[in-house]
Design a protein around this ligand. Structure first.
Ligand code: BV8
Length: 252
């Protein structure tokens, strides 16, 4: 792929690089995206149907088991070159903010530090009644397990459709978006809000917009640069062209 020199120059000179990632950056780690048909047991379900409080109230066991299957899948996945390149860019640029819609911890496992998780994290569990994170619970014969404090059902600490995003995280994401010199969207279909409103907001504030995606999205038209292809190949290439003297560390 030929990366425009103007893009490379903007990246090297940027004071604040902001990145928004979606499920596409984890695809090359073997973690299915929301748009890919779900594999096997889950192929009959639409993620947008399962990732809701209504689905959990209707069938807590089914939703809990879906997240347990995803937790297992993610635990066996490794960060790929796309995640690692972002961790390397964070080390080199004066200021770097990584905003992710993903709940799989792969950015943190790749070494990224300043990560804003808009939609929570699969590895955390909270009480459905009290809305507080629970660190320890007893497994029960009939999942989901119960809150040791109030006996309510436990649920994954992720943001479901129809639920508000964590206010502080969203505030920090909006603040970073407004001050970005460069805003790179990677592996997101750009249709879920309020996350999808961030790239256009950055461009309106004067950022250079870059999209890294295997397909066109509703965000494509507004971008200054579109790098069409898999992020696991494009991001290391971008890093090496901008900082040929530096290296991308391997996962710890
Ligand atoms: C909210 C966590 C205020 C859970 C997720 C009606 C009622 C209620 C709300 C709404 C409504 N209408 C609209 C809304 C707002 C709604 C929304 O936006 N709906 C959409 C469908 C229109 N949003 C919400 O509900 C949000 N909350 O608005 O609260 C409110 C409250 C009440 C009432 C009104 C408003 C909460 C949204 C968060 C939902 N939780 N995840 C979990 O993980 O289980 S969303 C989930 O799907 C992801 O986190 C992500 O955000 C979203 C889309 O997934 P992507 O990451 O983009 O992945 P996707 O599969 O879609 O695309 C992958 C992309 O990668 C593709 O483009 C593909 O081409 C590309 N790709 C693939 N491989 C590669 C690649 N790119 C590069 N390299 C590769 N190798």
């Amino acid at each position: 792929m030929n990366i425009p020199q103007t893009l490379i120059q903007s990246l090297r000179e940027a004071r604040h690089v902001v990145v928004l990632t979606g499920a596409g950056i984890s695809a090359e780690s073997g973690v299915p995206t929301f748009r890919q048909a779900q594999t096997g047991l889950w192929s009959q379900y639409d993620p947008q149907e399962l990732a809701t409080p209504e689905a959990f109230r209707r069938n807590p066991r089914l939703v809990w088991d879906w997240y347990s299957w995803r937790r297992e899948l993610v635990a066996n996945a490794l960060p790929n070159q796309g995640h690692l390149a972002l961790a390397a860019i964070e080390q080199i640029t004066p200021k770097f903010t990584l905003i992710t819609q993903n709940v799989d911890s792969l950015h943190q496992r790749a070494g990224s530090r300043n990560v804003l998780e808009l939609h929570g994290n699969l590895s955390r569990v909270k009480c459905f009644q009290e809305d507080i994170v629970i660190d320890e619970w007893r497994e029960t014969a009939e999942p989901p397990p119960r809150c040791p404090r109030c006996g309510g059902l436990l649920r994954p600490d992720v943001v479901w459709f129809g639920e508000m995003l964590p206010a502080r995280i969203l505030h920090l994401a909006n603040e970073a978006t407004r001050s970005a010199d460069i805003f790179i969207t990677i592996g997101t279909s750009g249709i879920v809000y309020p996350a999808a409103a961030l790239p256009p907001a950055a461009i309106r504030s004067g950022a250079v917009g870059i999209e890294v995606n295997t397909e066109e999205t509703p965000l494509t038209q507004s971008m200054a640069h579109v790098l069409r292809g898999p992020s696991g190949e494009i991001m290391p290439l971008l890093f090496r062209e901008a900082w040929p003297e530096s290296d991308i560390c391997q996962p710890v």
